[in-house]
Design a protein around this ligand. Sequence first.
Ligand code: NAD
Length: 351
Amino acid sequence: MDPYAATLEHEQVLVRRGKRSGLFTIVAVHSTARGPSLGGCRMWPYDDARAGLRDALRLSRAMTYKSAVANLPLGGGKGVIMLRGGTSMTPERRRAALEDFADTVQALDGAYITAEDVGTAARDMDVIASRTPHVSGRAKKHGGSGDPSPFTALGVEAAVLASLERAFPGRSLQDRSVAVVGLGNVGLRVAKLLARRGATLLVNDIDPARKADADRLGARWVTAAEALSAPVDVYCPCALGGVLDHETVSHVQAPVIAGAANNQLASDDVAALLRRRGILWAPDFVANAGGIINIAVELSPGGYDRRVATARVRAIADTLDAIYDDAQSADLTPLAAAMALAERRVAEAEG
Ligand code: NAD
């Protein structure tokens, strides 16, 4: 095996020091085999430049898999604006950094389309759009698809329903219990959708101010440890990544895990542990693809149509069904089956 190809699969990586801000801006294009690479712009203080570059390389690769599994005509890319720790960002400096990033995007001539991510918001996309057309997820008043969170939540609801159906065929959410961790933009919406279907909810957030939301939902507020080990039907992680490792999985009693959080598994081998424990895990990059599916509709030739987006996001249930079928027939974990599906689709596009 070629050791360089194994560690660097990317088509292009552009690192530029911005003329205005002096900050490094990075775009990593992992694959354009299925279409222009799409991925958010992360604006984040990194300990050193290598960490920022590693993030761009890792996250752009993950985007290739996410879009291919969702069958979108998109490849995988990611942008990074590397902030310097300890430096305050005035509005002027922020604008300068975004304009520098926009120039990096523009230099790639459409091979990469940016979107919001950790540290950036729809209004930042408007600044970027002043210098390049290769931007998505802009505010609705600018013809964009707006906040992706409602669609991500809708997709997670579909993933919860499809996974429950697989674990307990023919049973509805009525009288089922779900532990939702992280009541943010996505998690709170997921909790509301599940409550509407009659599920009993246990919820937790690191922010105690969220307890008021829990009360309004009629959900029981529990600690993170209680949520993890509760004898519920579904554990639904909607906060940060890395929550499932060999230690935490040993406490999980729920037969199904499906949630919005990115990178839920601390390492890929946790997928095998989940399977050994008889826990059905909906791969995170399948369950949380609603946001990017929504953006793909915005980028489609017909332009944005909310009804089309809603139907395509709900189809996450069908994608998961196919992945669970593949996993069962090939004796694989759902993670391995989802990765294999993505790899097949990228290879087909590469011809
Ligand atoms: P958010 O910041 O709005 O919400 C996260 C919530 O989790 C916050 O309320 C926060 O207080 C809480 N939280 C943080 N650490 C916690 C912990 N240790 N225990 C309990 N609660 C904790 O973020 P979001 O947009 O709702 O995204 C949630 C997750 O879904 C993230 O992992 C994100 O990467 C992923 N995701 C989001 C989208 C989207 O459309 N927003 C799309 C795909 C994936």
